[in-house]
Design a protein around this ligand. Structure first.
Ligand code: SF4
Ligand code: FES
Length: 207
């Protein structure tokens, strides 16, 4: 650490070449909200809730902190009127899909986001991709994938892999910012399990 000095929210911060603004801020104890970021996964840049304002060589830009690399003398503002406005809008859009998500509701309070601003389209999945990427990149099982496109895009378990692998893993469950993932898994098991026809479910879906 220590090759690059930058400023985050007025604090002098040291970071290494190749780190992102999010990593530098986190290492310095400065909070930036995230929804699609996971330290073990490749950067994704899907949710944009980590948007921050950066100032470099006289230019100010809004960037995703989880993707943007640190650079010498960069000035970062993790909160500003523009940043807060973007985060508020993102949260209001996401809350239309997952109005009961505790993580979204906590952020909504912080950014004064109105969960009823947009018409509800409760799909519960906010397409953060954490489950899909974690299963592929960390577990290398590919038990979950996205199906369909656009607003109809949703996650789906491969029933065969789910039956063989997921019951002993479930590491993706706590990553999901909504209840979509666990519900999809339970449904998959219910439909795919040989117990389904008998009306009984295996004990492995208990958590
Ligand atoms: S099911 Fe949950 S973890 Fe998976 S993409 Fe949707 S919101 Fe993200
Ligand atoms: S956390 Fe950066 S785009 Fe999602």
């Amino acid at each position: 650490m220590g090759e690059i000095r930058l400023q985050i929210d007025g604090n002098e911060v040291e970071a290494s070449e190749g780190m992102t603004v999010l990593e530098a801020a986190t290492a310095a104890g400065i909070f930036i909200p995230t929804l699609c970021h996971h330290a073990k996964l490749e950067p994704y840049g899907g949710c944009r809730i980590c948007t921050v304002e950066v100032e470099s060589r006289g230019r100010t830009n809004l960037v995703a902190a989880c993707l943007y690399p640190v650079e010498k003398d960069l000035v970062v503002r993790t909160r500003s009127a523009k940043v807060d406005k973007i985060r508020k809008m993102i949260l209001e859009l996401l809350l239309a899909h997952a109005p009961e998500s505790p993580k979204l509701l906590a952020l909504a309070e912080a950014y004064h986001a109105d969960k009823n601003r947009f018409e509800k389209e409760s799909s519960f999945c906010i397409h953060c991709g954490l489950c899909v990427r974690y299963c592929a990149e960390v577990k290398q099982k590919d038990a979950i994938g996205f199906v369909d496109r656009g607003a109809r895009r949703e996650i789906s378990f491969d029933p065969e892999i789910a039956l063989a692998e997921c019951w002993k893993c479930k590491e993706c469950f706590p990553l999901c910012p909504t209840s979509a993932l666990q519900a999809a898994y339970v449904l998959t098991l219910a439909l795919a399990s040989p117990f389904a026809s008998s009306g009984e479910l295996p004990e492995t879906i208990d958590s």
